[in-house]
Design a protein around this ligand. Sequence first.
Ligand code: SAH
Ligand code: SF4
Ligand code: F3S
Length: 554
Amino acid sequence: MRLLPVLDLVAPHSAAPRSPSAPADQRLGEYVPDAAVLPTFHVWTLGCQMNRSDSEEMAGRLLAAGCAEAASMDSADLVVINTCAIREAAEQKVIGRQGHLKRLKAANPGMRVVLTGCAVREAERAGLRRRFPTVDLFLRPDEEPELVDRLGLASAHGGVGPSSTPSAALTVVGRATVGAADHLPGTRAAAVGAGAIQRDSAISAWLPIVYGCDKTCTYCIVPFSRGPERSRPFDEIVAEARSLAAAGYRDVTLLGQNVNSYGHDLAPDARFADADTERWAGRRLDLHGKPDLAALIRAIDGIRTADGLPAIGRLRFVTSHPWDLSDRLIAAMADCPSICAHLHLPVQSGDDAVLKRMGRQYTIEHYLERLARIREALPDIAISTDVIVGFCGETDEQFRSTLRLLETVRYDQVFAAAYSERPGTPATHIADDVPADVKRARLNELLALQEGIGLGNNESWLGREVEVLVDTLAKPRSHEHEDDDHPAAAGQGAGAPASDARRGSSGSASRVAGRSRQNKLVHLAGGPELVGRVVTARIDHAGPYALRGTVVEA
Ligand code: SAH
Ligand code: SF4
Ligand code: F3S
């Protein structure tokens, strides 16, 4: 077994020593272990749902080790930063906080900073210290399960499941060395078994099913950060879903960079003899006789309550690469009542030549054919997408093709961003030749077009009744923030859509918000008693990014 270097975490001077709880019977006092001085922690999470899920696991491991969560970053002894690297701006956000962290460390010399997530790439380890000078320990995403061991906290109090399996394994993607992530399915199972997942919500849960990415989109850093695809064993995922159902979760999102290729790296199994998915373009992917996403959603949908209803009423999955969107999956979506009527299907560009340069493996004709099949099978389905504008060599005419695509598809939501060159990706060999101001102008034009399309789609809901899972108590108006209107289950780190918000929202009346099965944000009048409930609401106002309704049945 590989020995892990341990960080010199010194006893925090900011926090008073936390004593283990007092014994019920004073005579047992002598058996109480000595007070342990454990750091309080704060996890700062950037990026996509995968990062949020990973942060829940890290926080769970720290809590299981006996650490307590700090009220804020400023009062924490241990700051864990879970970074995103999808665009340069995402990394800059953390670089920009280095001065603040430096001041915090000066005031609390025992403070330690751990940086993990997609900014920690094996190929660029050498430069990390220069870019993030306040950081004491860097962990690649596949090294996150080692966090507690690396801090020397593993045996402080209680267990976090079998000691995490050291990763060590590295592999090569393109010409870069990356973490192989081989052990992640196993460490996840151990964390779930030990109850070491600190879920953010009691209503909606993330459920990772496949780690890493095997695609080679030329602009994208993810395969270099997260390594190759590793699917979690089928039965372990179903068991985690079962435990989520038992814990009362009503909404579960299956996570992966490409959930549609789930299972191709697993062994064939007689139970999946009917799985016959073939890719319809590009490199072959052998899914014959192996578990796939279609089988997985059928199995999770099959977890039923005594009255025969799906125990998890809402099942979603992100992200779907159009390449592996099979007829089997579409049929399963149509057959399973728990599947939500929303699909996030990133297109990236409306032009075949640009898609080819991006290495996306499909043409617009293929993409539209898949979409037509989905809409035929699930007529009420809402579709969202990701778009990159200003990719290398994108001409104005090619950009116009993307605008035309938006008008053809009439997406419910578009997450758009200007292309940002990422170090080490294949696209660095093509000139990033669209000037920044042109990228910005294209982005604005696209968002303005989409605003009208989104409004039109939302207006079609006026007067209709929808099922809303209420998950938020609205914050007082002065604290409202546009970002709150961004959907939770879409766009993995893609650019934000323009925001609209709670226009017309009435002053001081108590308000809640939730999602329809189409993933539409719906604002409602109502108090905390509605949070966690599924209500029927009539829609009486539509904006480009959100709806407002009245509860007709709670
Ligand atoms: N696995 C998902 C996407 C993950 S990244 C998929 O393939 O659909 C989320 C989004 O970030 C992408 O869909 C893309 O639109 C955007 N993105 C990725 N790399 C980018 C880059 N270098 N510049 C700008 N946007 C990028
Ligand atoms: Fe993988 Fe998605 Fe990135 Fe493509 S865009 S390389 S599919 S994560
Ligand atoms: Fe990583 Fe997600 Fe960002 S996979 S690069 S955190 S969008």
